[in-house]
Design a protein around this ligand. Structure first.
Ligand SMILES: *Cc1c(COP(=O)(O)O)cnc(C)c1O
Length: 404
């Protein structure tokens, strides 16, 4: 019989999964092999945007598995064409490129930014500006663009001409941007980096600087996109239009999927043969993503995300009045971060472990921030029950902190 200890025997040790092995899920609830029931406020990691096994997604996938799985990019397919049409209708984008993950979407975005600058302005315009604390995926290019050294240390030599400025500090960008800059990549809300929102002035300022220096502006919306913040994409909230946008996680609703969105002008640098992916745009993933998009692009659903945000914030404020554990409660829509007070520095993971003991799944975003990224359609009673379990976990957590 295989169990959790099998993992350590046969898997590459780059993960350290929890002791619990889930067996099935429904909505915002998950069950393990012993049939213990959990409230899921993690949604994978901001992935299961419609919860587990949403009936419409199950139906779509079942239909598509019986119809057509794979044809390669030598041919196109109807689900991909329909999805691309809808994405271009619903966003600034005129062209889309499909792949299988967030890192691949960013890899495509960064390659396209370089290629477009090369085609249009010549071989000298290669510099990419990213931000400290950012996260853009785990390929070599994307860990290099990412602003957390722990993900790129030891993997050198890294791709060159990537500089890091300070998030929400326009002056730090002004200090390094130049005619050599080909692109600026930014998360409108830094997810892994601690659920930190960009200010409107900052994103507007980046837009102006990119225009001034003929650099493309890339929004990494892999975590903030697909309805997560109560708009289809965060750029719509900020009213700042990027040149390239990447989407993954919630858009696949749990099925591996990624997309890069851009303009016809910039897309023109990816001519036939310049970039590609065997599985990118396959009918299974596109059929699921189309169903996700159909559901989440509904205004009522997006409005509900905002009212559910309010419910979480009110509940978390109440918990904090009782326990005085959080220094800051922040985020937008259903991407919420709670930063621990300085006396609990580095202990977000301890809280996550205690939550699991209360049959509650939550996330961390770095060592000091508890993160919630539940299903966009989480029922109100699951919010209430989840917050009650969180309250108990925090009680235990604080009990453990008491001086001996
Ligand atoms: C998760 C994430 C990625 C990487 O996505 P993968 O599907 O794991 O490759 C990139 N950028 C952001 C902002 C993310 O949250």
């Amino acid at each position: 019989m295989t169990n959790r200890s099998t993992f350590d025997d046969v898997m590459v040790p780059n993960y350290s999964p929890l002791a619990v092995i889930p067996s099935h899920g429904k909505g915002s609830r998950l069950w393990d092999e012993d049939n213990n029931e959990y409230i899921d406020l993690a949604g994978g990691i901001a992935v299961s945007s419609l919860g587990h096994c949403h009936p419409k997604l199950v139906q779509t996938l079942q239909q598509q598995t019986a119809q057509l799985w794979h044809v390669s990019n030598v041919m196109t397919n109807q689900p991909a064409l329909r999805l691309a049409t809808k994405l271009t209708e619903l966003t600034f984008a005129e062209k889309v490129y499909f792949c299988n993950s967030g890192a691949e979407a960013n890899e495509a975005a960064l390659k396209l930014a370089r290629k477009y600058a090369f085609d249009k302005f010549g071989a000298e315009k290669t510099e990419i500006i990213s931000f400290s604390n950012s996260f853009h995926g785990r390929t070599l290019f994307t860990v290099s663009a990412g602003g957390q050294a722990k993900y790129s240390d030891g993997f050198g030599p890294l791709p060159s001409d990537i500089k890091h400025a300070t998030f929400n500090d326009l002056a730090s960008v002004e200090a390094i941007i130049s005619d050599k800059t080909c692109s600026v990549i930014v998360e409108p809300i830094q997810g892994e980096g601690g659920v930190s929102s960009a200010s409107k002035d900052f994103l507007n300022g980046l837009r102006d600087l990119c225009d001034k220096y003929n650099a493309s502006l890339i929004f990494d919306e892999i975590q903030t996109g697909a309805g997560r913040i109560g708009e289809l994409y965060a750029y719509q909230h900020y009213n700042v239009i990027p040149d390239i946008l990447t989407s993954a996680k919630g858009l696949g609703g749990g099925f591996p999927f990624g997309a890069m969105l851009t303009s016809t002008e910039i897309a023109s640098s990816f001519v036939v043969g310049t970039h590609g992916s065997t599985y990118g745009g396959n009918p299974l993933a596109c059929a699921v993503a189309e169903s996700v998009l159909d559901i989440i692009s509904d205004q009522q659903l997006l409005d509900n995300v905002k009212s559910k945000h309010r419910k979480f914030i009110d509940g978390l404020d109440h918990i904090n009045q009782r326990h005085n554990i959080f220094k800051d409660i922040r985020g937008m829509g259903l991407l919420i971060g709670c930063e621990l007070k300085p006396e609990y520095q580095g202990k977000a993971k301890d809280l996550m472990d205690l939550a699991l003991e209360q049959n509650l799944l939550i996330l961390v975003a770095g060592p000091n921030v508890m993160r919630l990224a539940p299903s966009l359609i989480i029922p109100d009673e699951d919010i209430a029950q989840g917050l009650m379990s969180l309250d108990k976990a925090i009680e235990k957590f604080l009990g453990n902190q008491a001086p001996a």
